[in-house]
Structure formats: C-alpha cells, structure tokens
Design a protein around this ligand. Structure first.
Ligand SMILES: Nc1nc2c(ncn2[C@@H]2O[C@H](COP(=O)(O)OP(=O)(O)OP(=O)(O)O)[C@@H](O)[C@H]2O)c(=O)[nH]1
Ligand SMILES: [Mg+2]
Length: 206
C-alpha cells in the first residue's frame, strides 16, 4: 500500500483500523521531542526537565549549548498515517543516563527511527547498535539543522556503516510533512521486510 498517497479522511470501519507502536531514538538534542511535537495530532505528552547548573557536569550539553531542557522519561504522540493505520510514537530520552528505559519502551514496537545530527554522528551509534542487536527494523533520519554541513546521503550511510537495506532519509524535524515522510518510510520498510519474510517462508515450506 502506498501510504504517501493515501487519504486520511476516508472513513473506514473501526474494526479495520490498525495501530502500531514506533520508537524514536537518537543522541542528545537531535530533535526527537521536536519531531514528535510537529507530527502528533494530539498534544504530545512530553517529560521535559529544565537542565540546571547543578546538572552541568552530568548532562551531555557540550555540543548543544543553547539547550535548556532535556527529555527525562519519554515523548508520546499519535498520528493517523492512513485511514486504517494509527501510529503511536514513543520518543526515548537521548542521554545515556536514561538508557535503562529503552528496553521497556521498545516492547511491542514494530520498528524504530534513529534521528541523526551530522555534526555528532558518533552519538547515534549506540541507538543503531541497540536496534541491530535486538533485530528491530529501523530507518535512519538525518535532521537537517540549519548550521550543519550538508553531506551526500551515501557519505552519511558510509560513516554510519549502515547495512545496505536500511533506509536513510533526510528531514526537518520541525516540519510536519517532512516528519510524516520519515514515519511513512519506516512503515513501508517494515511492510517490505514482512512480505520478504513471508515469501521466503513459503519457498522454504514448499
Ligand atoms: N534549526 C533546527 N533546530 C532544531 C531542529 N530540530 C530541533 N531543533 C532545536 O534543537 C533543540 C533540541 O531539540 P529537542 O527536540 O529538544 O531534542 P531531543 O532529541 O528531544 O533532546 P533530548 O530529549 O534532550 O535528547 C531545540 O531547541 C529545537 O528547537 C531542526 O530541524 N532545525
Ligand atoms: Mg527530547
């Protein structure tokens, strides 16, 4: 199904509406809360805490000096991506001191988005490793900050040593349509993997 071309306003019997949980991960300050806020059709639940002087040696603020708050539990939003598909989006806290929560947030998710800032690619490795190790399907989305240098998609892919089939997309986390395209790329990727697994199973089972 082509979700990019689907009409959300179409009426669908309630019993045909499906929902899916999606995780949004990535390093500190890459724009996860921003993305959930721009794409969610409900007021997103956010758990932002002000970063005080007391946390200066704990919070990973060196590369994001203007940031005044950080996510301490999760972001939560909802988007109707097609008439018959609702996505629930769970944003993870970016700082490593909150990683103990990731396994809990990951439970029941069909896939994940790893949001990346090209100025701090290293910060995304732990998220990528997390999903690779747990065999959770993921796509990588590069959040194009205004001041960040622009790289070719293939250069970013190489720098992250991404497996060839993992989609890599560019986005502006502040823009609803752009953020929505990222979600659609994940849904299409998950469906592609699902169909491929079914096709393999039917060949093996023959
Ligand atoms: N210029 C620009 N600024 C952005 C963009 N996305 C986010 N920001 C800003 O970057 C800052 C960090 O964004 P957040 O959404 O809080 O980042 P986060 O990933 O949720 O951060 P943590 O939860 O603390 O890890 C905020 O001040 C945003 O306004 C973007 O695409 N372009
Ligand atoms: Mg956040």
């Amino acid at each position: 199904m082509d979700y990019a071309g689907s009409d959300e306003s179409q009426s669908v019997p309630p019993e045909r509406i499906r929902s899916a949980k999606i995780l949004l991960a990535g390093g500190f300050g890459v724009g996860k809360t921003t993305l959930v806020g721009s794409v969610s059709e409900i007021t997103p639940l956010t758990t932002e805490a002000v970063m005080t002087a007391a946390s200066r040696n704990i919070d990973e603020i060196a590369d994001v000096p203007d940031k005044t708050t950080t996510t301490v539990a999760m972001d939560f939003g909802r988007i109707t991506i097609a008439a018959d598909l609702i996505l629930y989006l769970f944003g993870t806290p970016g700082q490593s001191r909150f990683w103990f929560m990731w396994d809990e947030l990951n439970r029941g998710a069909i896939g994940a988005i790893v949001l990346v800032d090209t100025r701090r690619l290293m910060d995304s490795f732990s998220s990528i490793d997390f999903f690779e190790n747990r065999k959770v399907p993921y796509v990588v989305a590069v959040n194009l900050f205004d001041s960040a240098p622009r790289y070719d998609v293939d250069e970013v892919r190489d720098a992250l040593t991404l497996p060839p089939d993992v989609p890599l997309v560019l986005c502006d986390a502040r823009n609803r349509e752009s953020a929505k395209r990222v979600l659609i790329s994940l849904v299409e990727y998950v469906m592609h993997l699902h169909l491929r697994t079914r096709a393999t199973a039917s060949v093996v089972g023959r």
